[in-house]
Design a protein around this ligand. Structure first.
Ligand code: BGC
Length: 759
């Protein structure tokens, strides 16, 4: 379809009508020109296609679909290929159901463990989040179905999500909150991007030209259409002007007419409306023309895939004395509210009407005879003495007690944030009481976000299942009984206490404002820098074997800031069972410079190793892996100096490191004025000569040729004073060697030298 031509044939009214939805889930048709509607539906970990009553909160029913693990779990797989397969399965279901765009994935960063939607988000780390989102997108779109990367941007809480103003400095936006979307856009090429509800530094995301056009399209090359989150449109005309294409859901004809009126009154150009209509039609026809009318999908196969994916995503947090895997000959008790009714997804717009469910009790029958006790209620946080007593008796009668606990639905959901990080009190009590009669305790957690674990030191084994999708029980059983070795690692830090989290003092903000005062120090970037003890660090995860890392090598020890570094490390399975290892590469600046995290994740690979097997893992580290965002040049910048490349099993378990020295091919511009410090001015090549009269004069004041006689601390003080001394203040100290009247000329000479150095 020649979409450009089609737009030329349309009336202004028709074009404007395309820029808002027909109803909850459809774009508008233009019958005169034979343009059909296109359906969109929620995801991201299953298809929530509604036939009848529509809503964006997961209240009314949708068709049956396969519910995969949610993003919080998926990210722990650190497995691009696996995410692709999930996406591909979703794409197939969409083709079979005639859904043109499945909404998601969501690349918002986990700023606080309290965000009600953390279960739908991948990580606290933008690189990992971007990689996972990109793989999901590629998978869905490989079936010629679009995705809608959401919620763009800086939407990291549910409290007042539709009005809150997130105040975040530019560097933090770029390095943390936008970087996650950047990775997803550049690596996945989503057909559409959904803007978030909130404001960012005062401007609604839905009418933010800097985000929707400047960054998304001009910088990152996005070429699809943008859509509002459901109800995020504030001023439709301002939105279209800013680069927002489709308002969802419908606003009746109100905003269509507003847009037409604005064109007629020359408040917006018709070209802006054409642009939006063309972008929307381009995506629609991409879907229509690649539509597979014969598409069917194998639901049982997708259920099996969901089981595999869950297994590959769960994280073995602790396994003292190799309590796991369980041997079938042991008497095992399964205890807890989630044994028979696992919590495997979250509440809200992503809520899937699961085609079937496997609980651990049912799945365990493949492996062993298991006794069961519920232990406590599934919904209310209230100890029920009868249930508790039966659970304690079951634990005592068994050789091992496996406790299935976690967060009930009401504890975390879209729409509101958690107010604390605890499990229900009745569950903590259950664990404590069981520990009194049984030391061999395994805790299996079903939750979308970290919880405090006051019992962690006494419980020998903990398996984090996250919200593992409809086949969760099968996956848990496979891991508990050793059919497979766990191979997930945490995509977020589990702090000891909520109060340790860097956003604690500023979450969820006051009234309609939230200040991101912790800046770039989100997640492990903060805990590392402050040396704060955590319960389980980012990147941590155990398995049933051990791995050794050796022979980390870099292809260069010295390079320019424009070059890519290749790093390799050999990893050996030194244990007795086959398993996968997630090898992480972090970059750590090893020179004094701008304030930066101790280390940042810049590469990872997951490898499968038979016992005794060794594989070499290699990653490429492009200039961006060494860069920070420098606001003075509005660009990424690599500081010259030494960097360490770390090969690590987790952010707290660095196994090898190597150094590279980076040389600058580019300098930061120094704009000199009368209050520029000597230290900064002296960075300009040739500055020492220009500033000689001042430095000589000050040198004289500081003892001149006798300065050697000064004590060490005095010399250091003198050096520091000179470094931080503004040029204009030199006159107070340089005496008659310096002439104040010459300052403007000196400033001009320094600026010339600075410009020459840039060129
Ligand atoms: C959510 C989106 C969702 C949309 C449609 C909104 O409330 O924030 O994630 O895709 O509703 O249901």
């Amino acid at each position: 379809m020649d979409v450009h031509k089609l737009v030329q044939e349309m009336t202004l009214e028709e074009k404007a009508s395309l820029c808002s939805g027909a109803d909850f889930w459809h774009t508008k048709a233009v019958e005169r020109l034979g343009i059909p509607q296109m359906m969109v539906s929620d995801g991201p970990h299953g298809l929530r296609k509604q036939d009848q009553s529509a809503d964006h909160l997961g209240i009314n029913d949708s068709i049956k679909a396969v519910c995969f693990p949610t993003a919080a779990g998926l990210a722990c797989s650190f497995d691009r290929e696996l995410l692709f397969r999930v996406g591909e399965a979703l794409g197939k279901e969409c083709q079979a159901e005639d859904v043109g765009v499945i909404l998601g994935p969501a690349a918002n960063i986990k700023r606080s463990p309290l965000c009600g939607r953390n279960f739908e988000y991948f990580s606290e780390d933008p690189y990992l989040s971007g990689e996972m989102a990109a793989a999901h997108i590629r998978g869905v779109q490989s079936r010629n179905v679009g995705t809608s990367l959401k919620h763009f941007a800086v939407n990291n809480q549910e409290t007042r999500r539709m009005s809150v103003d997130a105040r975040v400095d530019e560097r933090t936006q770029r390095e943390i909150y936008l970087a996650s979307f950047e990775g997803a856009v550049k690596g996945g090429h989503p057909w559409t991007v959904m803007c978030s509800y909130n404001r960012i530094n005062g401007t609604y995301a839905s009418e933010n030209p800097r985000l929707l056009t400047g960054i998304l399209r001009d910088e990152w090359g996005f070429d699809g259409f943008t859509v509002t989150d459901w109800g995020a449109c504030n001023d439709h005309v301002a939105g279209v002007e800013a680069g927002l294409d489709l308002e969802m859901p419908s606003s009746g004809s109100y905003n269509d007419e507003a847009l037409v009126r604005a064109v007629r009154e020359a408040r917006i150009s018709e070209a802006a409306v054409d642009r939006a209509a063309e972008r929307i039609l381009t995506v629609m026809y991409r879907y229509f023309e690649g539509r597979d009318r014969t598409a069917v999908f194998d639901r049982a196969a997708h259920h099996n895939l969901a089981r595999l994916v869950a297994r590959e995503s769960m994280v073995l947090l602790k396994n003292d004395g190799n309590l796991l895997p369980l041997s079938a000959s042991r008497r095992v008790a399964f205890i807890g509210p989630f044994v028979k009714r696992p919590r495997y997804q979250g509440g809200g717009s992503s809520h899937i009407n699961a085609s079937e469910e496997t609980c651990a009790m049912e799945a365990a029958s493949e492996y062993a005879d298991v006794i069961y006790a519920q232990g406590c209620g599934t919904k209310e946080d209230r100890t029920e003495p009868e249930l508790l007593l039966r659970a304690v008796n079951a634990a005592q009668a068994a050789d091992v007690a496996v406790l299935f606990v976690g967060l009930p639905d009401s504890f975390e959901s879209e729409g509101y944030d958690r107010t604390h990080m605890r499990l229900p009190d009745c569950q903590n009590e259950l664990i404590r009481e069981v520990l009194k009669v049984q030391r061999r305790v395994v805790v299996v957690l079903h939750n979308g976000s970290p919880v405090e674990m006051p019992w962690a030191d006494e419980v020998p084994a903990i398996l984090e299942a996250y919200l593992g999708g409809q086949a969760v029980g099968g996956a848990v059983a496979d891991l508990l009984f050793g059919k497979a070795s766990p191979c997930g690692k945490l995509a977020e830090t589990f702090p000891l206490r909520l109060e340790d989290n860097p956003s604690y003092l500023n979450f969820p903000g006051d009234g309609d404002t939230v200040e991101y005062r912790e800046g770039i120090y989100v997640g492990y970037r903060y805990y590392d820098k402050r040396g704060v003890n955590v319960r389980f660090p980012f990147g941590h995860g155990l398995t049933y074997t051990t791995f050794e890392y050796a022979n980390l090598r870099l292809d260069k020890v010295q390079m320019k800031d424009t070059e890519t570094l290749t790093a390799s490390v050999d990893v050996t399975n030194t244990g007795r069972v086959a398993a996968k290892e997630i090898v992480q590469f972090y970059v750590s600046p090893a020179h004094a410079g701008i304030s930066r995290p101790v280390k940042e994740l810049r590469g990872f690979e997951k490898v499968y190793l038979e016992p005794g097997e060794t594989k070499t893992v290699t990653v490429e580290l492009p200039p961006r892996a060494f860069a920070y965002y420098e606001t003075a040049i509005a660009d990424w910048f690599v500081e010259p100096g030494a960097y360490a490349v770390l090969a690590a099993a987790s952010s707290a378990d660095v196994r090898a490191q190597a150094r590279v020295e980076i040389e600058a091919t580019r300098r930061l511009p120094v704009h000199v004025h009368e209050n520029t410090t000597f230290g900064d001015a002296l960075k300009i090549p040739g500055a020492a000569e220009i500033l000689k009269p001042f430095t000589d004069g000050i040198g004289a004041m500081l003892g001149g040729e006798n300065s050697e006689a000064l004590g060490e601390s005095t010399r250091e003080m003198a050096a520091a004073m000179l470094r931080d001394l503004p040029l204009r203040a030199a006159f107070a100290f340089a005496g008659d060697k310096a002439d104040r009247g010459k300052l403007p000329a000196i400033v001009a000479a320094l600026n010339d030298a600075s410009k020459r150095a840039q060129a």
